[in-house]
Each structure stands twice: as structure tokens, then as C-alpha cells.
Design a protein around this ligand. Sequence first.
Ligand code: PRT
Ligand code: ZN
Length: 298
Amino acid sequence: MRLTTDSRIKIAVQKSGRLTEHSLELLVRCGLSYSRGKDQLICYGENMPVDVLLVRDDDIPGLLVDGSCELGIVGRNVLDEQRLAGGAAPSPATIQPLGFGSCRLALAAPDGGAIGTLAGLDGSRIATSYPALLADWLQARGLRADIVVLNGSVEIAPRLGKADAICDLVSSGATLAANQLREIATLMRSEAVLARSPHAQGVVATQLIDRLCARIAGALSGAGARLLMLQAPRSALAAITELLPGREQPSVVGLDGRPDDIAVQALCSSSPDWQQLEELKRVGARNVMVLSVERMLA
Ligand code: PRT
Ligand code: ZN
């Protein structure tokens, strides 16, 4: 275990895969700038002492467990699999879900085959890259099956005669359909999460982690948010407030030299559509503007 002694922290991110672009883009939205050279494994943060380590997603839980990295962005499926497989070892804590990389871990069997229900799985062979999650799920339901561990192309295992069913990640369902497989059960829902090493302690590391986490939370809550600004007669305030798709009470200010008029600002979690703007106008709103929210710090 490497205890944090220096004044920088590392965040592990998938080097090349489904989570890479979203993860790096999120860090840029948090104000981090770093240079990424060809085949570089570490990108050094230029304006914050936060370095980015680019690795295979399967390596991220281990890097957190041994304290090589303080933070990581990884699928909950990978994190949970390694936590279950790791037994009693201290495991990384999930700080927050990040809203991308959504998928589900599902059981599927050949369409029209012998396995149509959960009970049919008893005594079968199931191919998967997630043996610990599958074993845990089967055990909780009193089902017994032979788990065939495969690291790729799980969906073709039934056609090759290697398994009777599969347990794999699904997002659109197109891969299952293309391989004539039918979903029987969902084991878990997953998405990319921000995780923290159990060894990330120390004052500097804690402060840096807290700062980065606050920025990530701000970048996520700002995503899709809009600021709605309008003017209206004071008498229309109740009707306007009723129509606002805001998440908090709007700010209301008076207008110089126009005692009967007000300006209203409201933070909305998504962009109001044209119909909502027309309704606001109908109850008295004027000069209605919808602005994008770049970032937010609550
Ligand atoms: O090289 P490295 O080990 O880093 O990458 P990897 O190949 O192991 O992972 P990668 O990039 O494929 O996935 C990274 C993470 O993305 C996963 O751990 C999940 O958390 C998340 N994710 C989201 C997915 C999917 N959606 C997904 N659809 N990971 C894999 N798939 C695969 C699935 O295994 C199946 O083959 O896509 C196929 C199914 O997709 P649909 O759309 O046809 O249903
Ligand atoms: Zn992987």
C-alpha cells in the first residue's frame, strides 16, 4: 500500500473504451487542464495538483485498493465484481454516480431454447466475465449453476456449445438480439461512478478530493440546467411561479422607476420548451430569456 504523502492526487480513468471520452470530458468541465501525449499513461494536471492515470478499467479497483490512486472513474459493475471477489479486503467507496456508461448486467438464454425461466437455470452452464456477481446472485436465489468464465465474446458461448446461458452487460439489447438471445433477468443496473481509495487520507489529499468532488457535483448538476430570466407585472408573480419548471424559489427583484414591475430569475433543471415560454407570456411575462448554465457551485 502506498500512503499518500505528497501534495498531488491521482485519478484513474479508463484509457481507451466506452468510459474514456465522458470521463475526460467531465474532468475538463471541472476546470482541469492537462496534456495528453501519445501513449502517455499519466497526464499531469497543469492548473490543479490532480494527475490522471490512464489504465484498463479492470485495473481501477485494484489501484484504489492498494492506494496507488486516490480516486477512480469506473463502472459500478467492475467495482462490485472486484469487491465481491476481494473478500474482506478494504474496498473503495462509491462517492457518486456520474450519469454515463449506463447498462445492466443481465442473464440471457437462446431464444426458444430449453431455458425460459429462472428455474431453468438450475444445473445449467452460464458464461460470464462477472463470476463473483453471478455467483452471489445465484446463491441468494438458491440456484446452482456452473459458471464458465470468459473475458470476451460471451454472447457467442451458447452457439459454440460452451454454455447454456450467458450473463453479460446489455445497453441497447442489439447484441442479444443479433445472437438470438432472450433476456431472462437483470442482476444489477450499472453506470460509471466516482470511487475513492480506502487509503486516501491525509489533510492535503482529503482537501483536494473534497474540492474535486464538489466541482464534479457542480458540473453534473449544471449539466442541462438553464437560467430563465424574464420581466413581468408584480401582480403576475404567483401565476408565473406556478408555471416555472424551476427547482428552487426564483429570485425576484424590483425595477428602477417601475414599482409595479419585477425581474425574475429561476434555475431550471432542463430547458423550458416553447409551449412553457408561451404560457409564461400569456400570464404576463415579457423579455423571456433562457440561458445555458456553464457551471454551478452550490
Ligand atoms: O480495455 P478495457 O478493459 O479498459 O475495456 P473493456 O472492453 O473491458 O470495457 P468497455 O470499454 O467495453 O466498457 C467499459 C464499461 O462501460 C463497462 O464496464 C460498463 O460499466 C460500461 N458499459 C455500458 C458497457 C456497455 N454499456 C455495453 N453495452 N460495457 C460493455 N458493453 C458491451 C456488452 O458487454 C456487450 O458486448 O456491449 C455489448 C452490448 O451492448 P448492446 O448495446 O448491444 O446491448
Ligand atoms: Zn475491461
